[in-house]
Design a protein around this ligand. Structure first.
Ligand SMILES: Cc1ncc(C[n+]2csc(CCOP(=O)(O)OP(=O)(O)O)c2C)c(N)n1
Length: 296
């Protein structure tokens, strides 16, 4: 039964994000799933500036703004403080970019998850450090051009594979781990609702396309995020207490459809595309094996 999208909004019009910002839709849907009793902790990132300044803030929930590496520590402290105030039912949500999660914030995230606090950590994954001008992060995929991996005549695109933080979180035994994206809002909101029913730490990685850093027209963000899922580049799954379920693709598409829609991959040659396809197949096999094991 498809879940209908809650009508209530916790994000008002008037944010300061770029046109077509995927991370902005991610926040909107996350808050629809969370509801009003929510506090959000945001590190240095695009989302630190998107809400705008008081009194014209776009968010209807409180937001705490912390140093870049500190999201895991911040949500730990907020959780304990809310508990002391008798507000155990409040949702404490870290909302951080991929740089703030896969790189500089990783130890803080891992510590918060290991201590078992009842918190949500949302990684909005736009696959580079966008707020400071599209520098590569650990979560940037193989093949992407960024300002620190400029193609030029040496074809200096990112040569390393994407570090998938959701997989790290599953390996760490985090009770709720999922991936989602803005092309499938019902799926995203259902995952937030499911996560609310799990006690302890929850981690959700949301692919959030960025027209400025991925070099595509701003009206195509939802389409690009759908292509990412259909091509297998960004598989959707949910893992509750080690029980993994992968969403099967009813309409798979060719990888080239996803890559050719974005300028960051426009330099890729056949061999580079084959490398990406190999990675997709390996990762899908890894997830399906985990799924099979968890069914036992
Ligand atoms: C310790 C520290 N180093 C660098 C910065 C500069 N800085 C601010 S935002 C940002 C990029 C954040 O990237 P990401 O976490 O991927 O989020 P996005 O900007 O893509 O939303 C950087 C490098 C900082 N604020 N603090």
């Amino acid at each position: 039964m498809p879940l209908s999208i809650p009508k209530e909004e916790f994000m008002e019009p008037g944010h300061t994000a770029c046109h077509g910002c995927g991370a902005t839709l991610s926040m909107r849907y996350v808050l629809k799933g969370m509801g009003p009793n929510t506090v959000v902790s945001v590190p240095a990132a695009c989302w630190a500036v998107i809400p705008g300044a008081i009194p014209n803030r776009t968010l209807d929930v409180p937001m705490v703004y912390t140093p870049f590496a500190a999201t895991g520590a911040a949500i730990t402290g907020l959780r304990e403080a809310f508990n002391i105030l008798g507000k155990e039912d409040y949702n404490v949500v870290g909302f951080a970019g991929d740089g703030g999660t896969a790189d500089i914030g990783l130890q803080s995230l891992s510590g918060a998850m290991e201590r078992g606090h009842n918190v949500f950590y949302i990684m909005y994954d736009n696959e580079a450090y966008m707020n400071t001008g599209v520098q590569r992060s650990g979560s940037t995929p193989y093949g992407a051009e960024t300002t620190t991996t400029p193609v030029g005549k040496d074809r200096n695109f990112k040569r390393q594979r994407k570090k998938v933080v959701a997989d790290l979180m599953m390996a760490q035994g985090v009770p709720y781990v999922a991936t989602a994206t803005i092309a499938y809002p019902e799926d995203l909101i259902r995952k937030i609702t499911n996560a609310k029913n799990v006690k302890g730490p929850k981690f959700i990685q949301i692919l959030s396309p960025c027209p400025v850093g991925w070099y595509y027209p701003s009206e195509k963000s939802v389409e690009i995020s759908r292509l990412a899922v259909q091509s297998g580049v960004f598989p959707l799954f949910e893992c509750i207490h080690g029980q993994l379920k992968v969403t099967r693709q009813s309409k798979p598409i060719r990888l080239s459809e996803y890559l050719s829609a974005q300028g960051r991959f426009s330099h890729m040659e056949e061999e580079d595309v084959r490398n990406v396809q190999e990675y997709i197949d390996e990762r899908m096999n890894f997830l399906l094996e985990l799924e099979q094991k968890s069914g036992k």
